[in-house]
Design a binder for this molecule. Structure first.
Ligand SMILES: CC(C)(COP(=O)(O)OP(=O)(O)OC[C@H]1O[C@@H](n2cnc3c(N)ncnc32)[C@H](O)[C@@H]1OP(=O)(O)O)[C@@H](O)C(=O)NCCC(=O)NCCS
Length: 250
């Protein structure tokens, strides 16, 4: 069997991660910078480091009511070991929850290609959004079940981007998609944290599937905490019969 890897290698006294000694990372790097390195193959610049860390923190947990936390908690309540319940929560991350970033990045990539030769970026974005809505398709990275006006995580990270003078083209496109959605649907459908993450990670050189990976990494501590709290509860969860409506089969 032969395997090739560009990720890491063991030496007699150390280990090399993407060309950097693990001993150096231990003494000089943060966990989030090391995540950036292992995924992209380079250390982040100062601004990227601040924003990447903020993105990870912003996705660490989003309450026990969301699908991934609930799945982890239901599974943990049966007495499954921690790895099982955490893995179950990760499996619950789909395109509408946690995985929207991958789809959003694919869309931003497509729009970036379309706007490369135009002076009227908004017109191109608006036409893209119009066509997508016409086909009854979802614009991933936009809209939220709870946050209707603005996703507070997005608001805060946008402030950080301002402070860091970090305004990549992909972010401008994300903002234009939100404006076009609002004007075409006559209601606010805000840029959510998955969409923001997709726009920023795209500029930093991440790929769409890596964007999904970053969300998994960010949410895992939350799922571990949710699972352990549920284990400590020690109660087998089930949905009460009175909460279930049985409908006649035809
Ligand atoms: C998150 C989501 C499920 C919330 O749905 P919701 O609570 O029903 O949304 P709202 O009540 O605010 O808006 C409903 C209307 O806007 C439309 N809408 C909402 N988000 C939309 C989106 N991302 N793309 C296209 N249309 C959207 C709906 O189709 C609906 O239109 P209608 O009134 O003509 O039927 C939805 O916005 C969505 O699917 N977003 C994309 C997935 C995503 O990014 N998920 C990550 C969330 S952090």
């Amino acid at each position: 069997m032969e395997f090739k890897t560009g990720i890491s290698a063991l030496t007699e006294t150390d280990m090399i991660i993407r060309g950097v000694k693990l001993s150096e990372l231990i003494s000089q790097s943060t966990f989030s910078n090391s995540i950036f390195l292992i995924l992209t193959g380079r250390m982040p610049k100062e601004t990227e480091s601040a924003i990447f860390n903020a993105l990870l923190v912003s996705c660490i947990d989003h309450g026990m009511g969301v699908a991934s936390s609930m799945t982890s908690r239901f599974v943990a309540s049966t007495g499954t070991p921690l790895n099982g319940s955490v893995a179950a929560g990760i499996l619950a991350l789909g395109e509408k929850h946690g995985g929207a970033g991958e789809q959003a990045m694919l869309m931003f990539e497509e729009i970036l290609k379309c706007v490369s030769n135009t002076s009227d970026q908004y017109a191109v974005v608006e036409s893209y959004v119009r066509q997508t809505l016409k086909k009854n398709r979802t614009l991933y990275g936009f809209g939220h079940a709870v946050y209707k006006d603005a996703d507070p995580r997005v608001t805060q990270i946008l402030t950080l981007c301002d402070e860091q003078h970090y305004q990549p083209k992909s972010l401008g496109i994300a903002m234009d998609v939100a404006s076009a959605l609002e004007s075409l649907k006559s209601k606010k459908i805000c840029l959510n944290v998955d969409g923001l993450m997709a726009a920023l990670l795209l500029d930093m050189g991440f790929t769409p599937v890596q964007a999904r990976g970053v969300f998994i990494i960010a949410r895992t501590p939350g799922l571990v905490a949710q699972s352990i709290e549920e284990q400590q509860e020690g109660k087998l969860r089930r949905i009460e019969e009175k909460e279930i409506t049985f409908v006649k089969q035809i």
